[in-house]
Design a protein around this ligand. Structure first.
Ligand code: DGL
Length: 271
C-alpha cells in the first residue's frame, strides 16, 4: 500500500496523479487537518507530526510513504529517511529544475508557504540553479486556508492570488512553480492572472512517476489486474473531508472509505 500524507487536502493533487498512473495500487491518504496549515509552524513541530503520521501509516500497512506536502518535506524528509532507514520515502520539492530548463526570460517564479522557503531543500535548489536563472519567490499567504475552505474561485481567492503571483509575472517570470500541493486546485484562478505566456508547473506527475520507479525497484508493485482500493483518513472532520474528496478528486475505486483519526498524546489513533 502507498501511504500518502499532507497537512490537509492539498496532497490530493498528488494522490490523483498516483491513482491515475498506478491504477492497480492500494492507497492510504492522511490529511492532518487538525494541524493545517503547517506553513507557519516550526520545523521541529512539523517533524513531530510527521513521525506520528508515518508510524500510523506503517501500522495500517503502508510499504512506501509519499510526503505529499512541500512544507513537511522541507522540515522532515531528510530526518524521516534517517529515522526509518528501511522505508522508502518520496517527497516534494519545488520544481525549479524543469522551470530553469524551460524559461525563455531567465526568470522563474516560485510560490509556496514560508516553511518551504526556509528549508535546506530549497536552499539546495537555489545553490544548484540560482546562478543560471533568476529565481523569485513569493509566499502564498492565506492560500492553503482558502483551498481548505473550498474557496477555489472566489473574489477573496483572486485578491490573495494577485498579491502573491502578480509581482512575479510583472518582474518577467515565464515559469510559475507551484511549491505547495494545495495550489494545483487554484490553477484556473491562477491562469486568469498569468495569461497564456506563462507555464504553470505542477510537480504531481513527476512525483507519481518517481513513486512508480521506486516501487518497481523495490518490487512493491501489485501484480494483479484489479483496481486499487483507497482509504482516506483525516484528523479533522470526516464528513467535510469526504465532500472535498468527491468534489476535488472524484474517486472511481469500488469502495473508497473515509475514516476519522484523532490525536491522542502525540499519536494518531483510528476512531
Ligand atoms: N500542502 C502543503 C504544502 O505542500 C501545505 C502546507 C501548509 O499546511 O501550510 O506545503
Amino acid at each position: 500500500m502507498i501511504g500518502i500524507f499532507d497537512s490537509g487536502i492539498g496532497g490530493l493533487s498528488v494522490w490523483r496523479e498516483i491513482a491515475r498512473q498506478l491504477p492497480g495500487e492500494n492507497t492510504l491518504y492522511l490529511a492532518d487537518q487538525a494541524h493545517v496549515p503547517y506553513g507557519y509552524r516550526s520545523m521541529d513541530e512539523i517533524r513531530q507530526f510527521c513521525i506520528s503520521i508515518v508510524d500510523f501509516l506503517l501500522e495500517q500497512g503502508a510499504g512506501i510513504i509519499v510526503v505529499a506536502c512541500n512544507a513537511a518535506s522541507a522540515a522532515a524528509l531528510h530526518y524521516l529517511r534517517g529515522l526509518y532507514p528501511d522505508v522508502p520515502f518520496v517527497g516534494m520539492e519545488p520544481a525549479v529544475k524543469p522551470a530553469a530548463g524551460s524559461t525563455k526570460t531567465g526568470i522563474v517564479g516560485v510560490i509556496a508557504t514560508q516553511t518551504t522557503f526556509q528549508g535546506q531543500l530549497f536552499a539546495g535548489l537555489i545553490a544548484q540553479y540560482g546562478n543560471s536563472v533568476k529565481v523569485m519567490t513569493s509566499i502564498g499567504h492565506g492560500l492553503v486556508e482558502t483551498v481548505e475552505a473550498g474557496k477555489l474561485d472566489t473574489p477573496e481567492t483572486d485578491i490573495l492570488l494577485k498579491k502573491c503571483v502578480s509581482p512575479l509575472i510583472s518582474a518577467g517570470a515565464d515559469q510559475l512553480v507551484l511549491g505547495c500541493t494545495h495550489y494545483p486546485f487554484l490553477i484556473p484562478a491562477i491562469k486568469k492572472l498569468t495569461g497564456p505566456g506563462v507555464s504553470i508547473i505542477d510537480p504531481a506527475p513527476a512525483v507519481a512517476l518517481q513513486v512508480a520507479r521506486v516501487m518497481k525497484q523495490r518490487d512493491l508493485l501489485n501484480r494483479c489486474d484489479r483496481k486499487g482500493g483507497h482509504v482516506f483518513f483525516t484528523s479533522g472532520r470526516a464528513e467535510a473531508f469526504w465532500e472535498c474528496i468527491q468534489r476535488l478528486v472524484p474517486c472511481k475505486s469500488d469502495m473508497p472509505e473515509a475514516c476519522a483519526v484523532c490525536w491522542s498524546n502525540g499519536r494518531l489513533c483510528r476512531l
